[in-house]
Design a protein around this ligand. Structure first.
Ligand SMILES: Cc1cc2nc3c(=O)[nH]c(=O)nc-3n(C[C@H](O)[C@H](O)[C@H](O)COP(=O)(O)OP(=O)(O)OC[C@H]3O[C@@H](n4cnc5c(N)ncnc54)[C@H](O)[C@@H]3O)c2cc1C
Length: 417
């Protein structure tokens, strides 16, 4: 039977993203009366976009210490939170609701259905099961805390108000504002006395000076080596997937180096050099290309090259090297062959900058971690206020680490509120 709305709720959760839904479901499981307020007309709008619609739920690092090395300085704060509800408990939580995962590169776990909707629906089912009252289209405009009574008053933009003993803020960060993450939470939390570290975008696609990139938008190289240069100084090399967009490049490896690129751009030019055949050294690639050209000596170079790299990219490579794409391979000049092999191992991309907040995957910045009790996710400034998910100032790479933060902080807050 549906619980009647109380005059004062035990818990009000603001924000129906993954962190808010997890927190509300857990508080409901403990028998609390819970009201979940979400300004969109549906819950989990950003969650639906995760992992390209497939949702990289977490990363298969069940050892807490190993997992926490990925959160840089924040790792030391998160120990008690992840000990209470880490990767293993998250996998178990979903398994208990019939969700199993498959593992992809670098430990990324995706639902076996390859659909973010499976995860969204599982959370919504858990909310219903725990009789959480859900109000969508509910835009919160302020949180007031009465020091004497300890009660919270939550004001909505339509003038309505609700009261609660505890309040969990799960309003997200500033990335992809069209999904609802517009940062209002930060202004209320600042009014309540919290320090907000200014937003700096953390996982962001890169823009290139190379305008030809527009012609190959959507092309993906599943495995290449990406070497980052500041001026002519090598900074970092990583292997992984790269995706060409209409203004530059994206993909997990690019997103993970974006904050470093941002720093380096302050000091000068930044170049990415792609090795499209990282498995082969120069000599091995040279001989396999020689063989390919020989076997297909009457075919046009554009068709032969398209056998080893995506066709659109093959055409760009020939254009950049000023090789006529219609040339039969037997007529290819020796110097062009040498250049071609060199280019496939050293393909330069000239970085212009980072895309803005609207295209970021996550934003770093948020509530200062020294103001949170990580055993409960409670505020050290306002009693019975809890903060979860992207509102916290935690930098992390791509790979399921952001959603794991939502599951861990959400569950622990829901266990304590
Ligand atoms: C394209 C994309 C792909 C991603 N893929 C992955 C991935 O595969 N794996 C991964 O780990 N992470 C991924 N992330 C990051 C991940 O989605 C976020 O870290 C996560 O959604 C944060 O959850 P949250 O609940 O803290 O905040 P959000 O998901 O941002 O939810 C906050 C909610 O609060 C609501 N809200 C805000 N203000 C108000 C208000 N005033 N009143 C009422 N409600 C309000 C918003 O409408 C929103 O629904 C991806 C992000 C993007 C943009």
């Amino acid at each position: 039977m549906k619980k009647a709305a109380p005059t004062v709720w035990d818990v009000i959760v603001i924000g129906g993203g993954p962190a808010g839904m997890m927190a509300a479901a857990r508080a409901g499981e403990r028998g609390k009366t819970v009201l979940l307020l979400e300004k969109n007309t549906r819950l989990g709008v950003k969650l639906s976009l995760t992992g390209g619609g497939r949702c990289n739920v977490t990363n298969n690092k069940t050892d807490v210490r190993t997992m926490l090395t990925n959160y840089k300085d924040a790792g030391k704060f998160l120990f008690s939170t992840f000990t209470k509800h880490g990767v293993a408990e998250t996998i178990q939580w979903f398994a208990g609701r019939g969700i199993t995962f498959h593992e992809e590169n670098e430990g990324r776990l995706f639902p076996i259905t390859n659909s973010a909707e499976t995860i969204r629906k599982t959370l919504i089912d858990a909310l219903r099961e725990q009789q959480v009252s859900i109000r969508v289209g509910a835009i919160v405009s302020a949180i007031l805390h009465d020091v004497e009574t300890g009660l919270f008053t939550i004001q909505l933009s339509n003038g309505k108000i609700s009261h609660s003993h505890s309040c969990i803020v799960a309003t997200g960060g500033m990335s992809r504002p069209e999904t609802g993450s517009t940062g209002e939470g930060f202004s209320w939390l600042s009014t309540l006395g919290h320090t907000i570290k200014k937003d700096s975008l953390s996982l962001v696609p890169l823009m290139l000076h190379d305008t030809w990139v527009e012609k190959i938008r959507g092309v993906t190289i599943p495995d290449c080596k990406i070497t980052l240069y500041s001026g002519d100084k090598k900074q970092k090399a990583q292997r992984g997937k790269i995706l060409f967009t209409h203004t530059g490049v994206s993909g997990p490896t690019i997103l993970n180096i974006s904050s470093m690129v941002k720093e380096l751009l302050l000091h000068g030019t930044v170049t990415l050099v792609l090795d499209l055949f990282p498995e082969l050294d120069d000599k091995a690639l040279r001989s396999s290309i020689q063989e390919l050209l020989l076997i297909n000596s009457n075919q046009k170079i554009k068709n032969v090259l398209a056998r080893i790299v995506p066709r659109a990219l093959a055409l760009i490579i020939l254009e950049l090297l000023k090789i006529n794409s219609e040339t039969p391979t037997h007529s290819l000049l020796a110097k062009d062959r040498v250049m071609l092999v060199f280019f496939l191992k050293h393909f330069p991309l000239h970085v212009k900058g980072l895309l803005g907040a609207d295209k970021a995957i996550v934003s770093s910045g948020g509530v200062s971690l020294t103001e949170i009790d990580f055993k409960t996710m409670g505020s050290l400034i306002v009693p019975n206020l809890f903060l979860v998910g992207d509102v916290l100032d935690i930098d992390r790479p791509s790979g399921g680490y952001s959603l794991q933060l939502c599951w861990s902080t959400g569950y622990v807050a829901g266990s304590s509120a």
